[in-house]
Design a protein around this ligand. Structure first.
Ligand SMILES: O=C(O)CCC(=O)C(=O)O
Ligand SMILES: [Fe+2]
Length: 214
């Protein structure tokens, strides 16, 4: 018998661990990986500049009526920008997931006091807009996120179910599987982008879907 087959929109722990420089966070509850220096300082600065140049208030699929749930700004990054297209390709190479399953890359900017409270990246199947978000491309599978700067204070990403807090560091990538090995949604992926206390924080995220984005 060979290695377990992955579905088209999925990465795999075995595949990721075969890449240079990747570390696995030891947890039986969640597949979480870290790559330091995935991007250079120059690449990070150029991407942060794109986010700074064009952003809108972030939105949430389900905030439970809390209008301070996600207070950051979001930038939709066009794949017509060469640096953006190059990053999507580099991420696809790392994840092993075909670019067709990638959402458009998104940047986030957090100013002092801004955060994204504890949430999961998958869409709640019972929520009112599940159909809106998932009808074409299906559920989110994996998240690959890169910190684009060193934040002066605050801005860590906290996974409370596994008691792990990841500090933002320029160029550091984190990746996790939003589902369990059996394909069911993994509530242990709950994470909180904690408040920035000083300076600004920039990240860029690649979400992948079960089916082609369209
Ligand atoms: O900024 C972070 O640390 C996490 C961002 C996040 O969880 C998201 O955008 O879904
Ligand atoms: Fe998230």
């Amino acid at each position: 018998m060979g290695a377990a087959m992955t579905q088209p929109g999925e990465s795999s722990a075995a595949g990721l661990l075969s890449r240079a420089g990747i570390q696995r966070f030891p947890s039986s509850r969640l597949d979480l990986f870290i790559v330091r220096d995935f991007l250079s300082r120059e690449e990070c600065a150029a991407l942060a500049e794109l986010i700074e140049a064009q952003h809108r208030p972030s939105t949430v699929a389900d905030s439970n009526g809390d209008n301070a749930f996600r207070t950051s700004s979001t930038c939709d990054l066009s794949s017509e920008i060469p640096a953006v297209a190059a990053l999507a390709k580099k991420l696809s190479h790392l994840s092993g997931i075909d670019l067709a399953h990638a959402e458009p890359l998104q940047g986030q900017r957090y100013e002092v006091g801004q955060e994204f409270k504890a949430h999961t990246d998958y869409f709640e199947p019972k929520s009112a807009d599940y159909e809106t978000y998932c009808a074409v491309a299906g559920q989110r599978t994996w998240t690959f996120m890169i910190y684009l700067n060193d934040v002066e204070a605050g801005g860590a990403t906290r996974f409370r179910a596994i008691n792990k807090t990841i500090q933002p560091e320029c160029g550091k990538l984190i990746a996790w599987n939003n589902r369990k090995p059996d394909g069911s949604l993994n509530a242990a992926t709950l994470h909180h982008a904690m408040k920035v206390r000083a300076g600004r924080k920039y990240v860029i995220t690649q979400w992948y879907r079960e089916r082609p984005w369209g």
